[in-house]
Design a protein around this ligand. Structure first.
Ligand SMILES: NC(=O)c1ccc[n+]([C@@H]2O[C@H](COP(=O)([O-])OP(=O)(O)OC[C@H]3O[C@@H](n4cnc5c(N)ncnc54)[C@H](O)[C@@H]3O)[C@@H](O)[C@H]2O)c1
Length: 441
């Protein structure tokens, strides 16, 4: 069988998918597009060392003409839907990085494009495949703790030090424009894949701004979503740049017959080496409680979960708790019509995850009122959202532009962005306390 020919758009985070494609039995990397030449040079060099031929492009319009079966979109987080729609209309299967869409209008158009073209769409929410989250899904599906009553998802990642490296000092970079509840699917996604439930209502909150926001440019608080699921269960999601190290990606679920949770601080370090990649990550102990024949009596299990599917291959990829292999692998399996393709996240589930954050911000801006989450699987629920372009990107929102924070704030001084740009240009330096003094130089 000929290998699937796959191209990657966006070579920074996209390098994760590039690595998987360099080493996959059923697919090959044929093209990469990024406007930042050093990222392309790196891929070219790696491909040559492996004796592979990978075309490189700086222009998407040329890239999309390449002979490919599928495209991975790891470009800007707010532009995925636009490019996914273009790629599916051009005949390609598509997998996108997080997030699925920037607006409600895009959510509708994305779904309708998948339905119209019949192409495979997969959402690369890798946190659903983290060792503990995936294990919870497997055990929940077997009915081991009964139906969900309450669930928590947490993605706390303080990016302050690396902010110049991931925004390049560009005031218009999507990370500099994103609002509190936008980047929500690392915490919400696993709650929906573990339980298989659909969100029906959301109440959003924004925590206070970080006190140094004028020099760090992170002018938004952490995002919190309280979500009602379609069986009445309550889900709590929290994400953002709160203070803790290492980052936290943890989930906890209470069902009618027991509960599962992962340790809040990873404790077992494991170094994985394979395919030229060496990654060290820390494993999270999982705890599972199952009630027995009597009320309030049951048994605990405490263990480190192993990858449940394609274990040997998955173990070669250590990044993001071992989850980074699966998104690309399941996308390939789905295109090939294989059973494990069922673990790829489809467009409806992806949109459910993403619009929780979009609508949570409406709630935040309106005094934390509850907002109903439409079921966009139903065509009759789509028209109400078809022209809803509200977001924080002026070119997309037009007259529906939203503020990037609900909190009173001063504008970020131009010197802050200029300083971040200098740090990035001078060898990707990190941001340190004392930035205020640097800005005055
Ligand atoms: N799932 C995860 O664990 C995880 C981790 C990091 C980033 N991400 C996601 O990956 C995506 C990319 O993030 P990133 O960290 O790489 O930073 P980024 O968004 O700054 O990088 C995007 C890359 O795409 C390129 N690009 C964008 N538009 C382009 C265009 N029109 N033409 C040519 N090149 C273009 C940029 O040059 C850049 O290299 C985002 O969606 C982000 O949410 C996911």
């Amino acid at each position: 069988m000929a290998k699937l020919k796959i191209g990657v758009f966006g070579g920074y985070r996209g390098h994760t998918m590039i690595n998987v494609l360099f080493n996959h039995d059923d697919a090959e990397l044929v093209a990469v597009c990024d406007k930042y030449q050093p990222l392309l040079d790196r891929v070219k060099k790696e491909a040559e060392e492996k004796g592979l031929n990978v075309a490189i492009y700086t222009d998407f319009e040329e890239f999309i003409k390449h002979d490919m079966d599928a495209v991975v979109l790891a470009n800007y987080a707010n532009e995925h839907a636009t490019y996914a729609i273009r790629c599916m209309n051009a005949g390609f299967h598509v997998m996108t990085e997080v997030l699925p869409c920037e607006t409600m209008a895009q959510a509708v158009e994305l779904i309708e494009t998948v339905e119209k073209t019949g192409k495979v769409y997969a959402y690369a929410e890798n946190y659903c495949y983290m060792r503990h989250a995936f294990e919870m899904q497997m055990r929940y599906e077997k009915g081991e703790i009964g139906e969900v009553q309450y669930i928590e998802g947490e993605y706390i990642h303080d990016c302050t030090a690396i902010w110049p490296q991931i925004t390049y000092g560009d005031p218009d970079h999507w990370r500099n424009r994103m609002y509190a509840t936008f980047y929500c699917t690392h915490s919400i996604g696993p709650m929906l894949t573990i339980t298989g439930r659909r969100p029906v209502q959301v109440v959003g909150f924004e925590a206070p701004l970080p006190q140094e926001y004028k020099s760090t440019a992170i002018a938004r608080g952490a995002g919190i979503e309280m979500i009602t699921l379609d069986n009445g269960a309550i889900a709590r999601s929290v994400h953002g740049d709160l203070k803790r190290e290492p980052a936290s990606y943890t989930y906890m679920i209470y069902g009618q017959k027991g509960m599962m949770e992962a340790a809040r601080f990873p404790d077992k370090e494991r170094t994985i080496e394979g395919n030229g990649i060496k990654a060290t990550y820390t494993e999270q102990l999982m705890h599972v409680y199952k009630e027995g024949e009597e009320y309030c009596k049951g048994e605990w299990e405490d263990y480190y979960p192993e990858p449940p599917i394609a274990k040997e291959k998955a173990l070669e990829f250590g990044t993001h708790g071992g989850s980074d292999f699966y998104a690309t692998h399941f996308f390939i399996e789905k295109i090939l019509g294989r059973p494990d393709g069922k673990y790829a996240i489809d467009v409806y589930k992806a949109v459910d995850m993403g619009i929780c954050g979009i609508l949570a911000y409406r709630s935040v801006l309106n005094g934390n009122v509850p907002i109903k989450i439409p079921n966009l699987r139903n065509p009759e629920e789509r028209d109400a959202w078809r022209n809803d372009n509200a977001c924080t990107t002026p070119e997309v929102a037009g007259d529906q532009l939203l503020p990037r924070t609900s909190k009173p704030h001063d504008e970020i001084p131009a010197e802050t962005y200029a300083y971040h740009k200098r740090l990035w240009e001078n060898g990707n330096q990190t941001l340190k306390y004392g930035t205020e003094f640097e800005l005055k130089k």
